[in-house]
Design a protein around this ligand. Sequence first.
Ligand code: ADP
Ligand code: MG
Length: 452
Amino acid sequence: MSKFFEQIKNNWDEITQKMLNDNDEISTAFFDAFIKNPLKLVKYEKNILYIEVPEEGYINILNKRFIPNFLKISISEVLDIPLSNFDISFVVKNNIYSNQAISKEIIEKRLLKLKIDPKNTFQNFVQGESNRMAYGSSIAVAETQAIYNPLIIYGGAGLGKTHLLHAITHHAIEQNENLNIIYITCSEFKTEFYLSIKENKTSELIEKYKNVDYLIIDDIQFLSNAKETQNAFFDIFNSLYCEKKQIILSSDRPPKEIDNLPDRLTSRFSWGLFTDITFPDYETRVAILLKKQEEFNPEYPVDMEVIRYIAQTVKTNIRELEGCLTKIIAGSRLQKKQINLSLAKEMLNNGENDNKRITPENIINTVSETLNVDILDICGKSRKTDFVYSRNISIFLCRELIPDITQEKIGKFFGDRDHSTIIHSCKQIEKDIKTNKNLQEDIKIIKNKLLI
Ligand code: ADP
Ligand code: MG
């Protein structure tokens, strides 16, 4: 047993208790139901602490509440070790794969050869509604060949397709070093074929592809208008499919919309599973930024307020989300200090986002529309339960989504209430949200309407 694992085991009660004490978001009921009793330490291997959960559903629930982040922070503080030294992975009971046999060097060598970014792992991929199906089916094919064949992941630029294809490759290599895997971009695939035609070596090349266990091709929209490559690909596809070898493809649009892709190919694609990735909702964007921050391991961690600001501002794709974070981290390194909200705004402001800013008016409007309560009642003085509920949510969201707003200013929108009533409303929501599922759901819907 490693020393680190032993230390965690011996201090487990203190670690989890500290996590509970330090994070208002975790209620005691949630702690008892999802952390204290069910979580079991399994092993520590290759910088990953494996923790067992009783069933799959727990993993989503724990990730949604950022428990891996909170746990890591708590472990790091109790044992006084850097956060970047280890990661946490939940595994379902009786489903713990063991891969001690394959050395880190072998894996790294193979990833390098396949031009896979080793950071693009399942571990580093944050799940949310926008990618849950793509994520789940990617894990499934990485674990079991040809369970869905082909698997096709499609969605706009910068939403995580390449990350998932890399993660599948990485995971499959870790499972079994003898697997013959090709990961290639469609452009490289095309070039390889044009060269082989020139050199009269096409049949050798096709044979090479027919011998793989996993064929993973990124961005197959580039197969459009490439007749020779399409023919070769068709031949390879049929052979691999019959042999029950796994084919995984990504595309920036549904295959039916790829220009000039012959029907014989699109109809074969429909034998497998199509799954799309869309733009993540606000909560997932925050979780992605926290994950990236952890990966970048900055000297001056970015303030939660700044993280929320980036998640609110960037509404294009995840690559851009990451770009903003990198910019801020670089800025803090240069200035040798933590970047505050106004500096972050200055750094990121390119003028474009001003007209998309969230205001108390559009929060109140959206709450009214979603909960079917009149605006006048939200802003009025009546203590009727429905009105108070909508009012408290509106006040809470004003404070959370408009970072620089004062309590006095919020009060003005709600019948000139003073700051203690504003604080009281926010506290009420913060308390109820821990246990009240309807409230969680309502806030999620309203935020999504405001932030997408
Ligand atoms: P695509 O291939 O769809 O254009 P990428 O896979 O290259 O997009 O993703 C762009 C960036 O966003 C990458 O750095 C990737 O790691 C990151 N990314 C995308 N989705 C997620 C996610 N769910 N969790 C963490 N990082 C993500
Ligand atoms: Mg890509």
